[in-house]
Ligand binder design. Sequence first.
Ligand SMILES: [Zn+2]
Length: 234
Amino acid sequence: MQPALETLLIVQDRDLRILALRKDIANMPRMIELAKTRLHGDQTAVAKAKEALQGNEVLVKRLELDIQTRRNTLQRLRTQQFETKKNEEYKALGNEVERYLVEIGRLEDEELGLMEKSEQLRAVLATAETALRRTQDLVDAELRQLEERKRNDEGQIAALTGERDGFAVKVEPQLIGVYDRLFKAKQGAALVALAAGQCKGCHMKVTTSTVLKAKTEQEITHCENCGRILYFEE
Ligand SMILES: [Zn+2]
């Protein structure tokens, strides 16, 4: 192989690795988003559990107020009953007192049921919060790993770029110029093997004269189909 092409092959190897690393970095925002979507299910579960608990607590509060109002009335009725001198009124107030006691008892039972339900809802919320924390830990770890991977990629890109430039200066500027344009245009390999009469870039057969030209290594040979630089391979 022509020494210039051998050097160019090394340049290309570094360029391909740099390209892959750049793609990896470019893909990261999507991977970060993907990692975060894993939280959605758990976040929704926590929000729902909170809402259910708060809704139930509102009912408990409302019931407590109802009970208090009735207790106040009961107090008033008992005072009236104590103060009255009329037998009939005393009896009627007694009935009222009885009615309120029953009512308060019923509301207290209801409140007890709601309070039990609150306990259950609190347990559901605690479970959902634990699950969310666990997922959050996993996602955080994943995000840290991605951050580390990005730093690592960037470090490798810097090192490979240094190596690449070191080899590139050894290649004739005109050839490097052609190679750079091709590499950019093809988004990858610009220098490919010509084996069994076939360009390994576009996989098309090339003409016999192209094969001969590449084989004799007298000048730089391009694939007549895709324009890539060819090196002859037995
Ligand atoms: Zn080709």
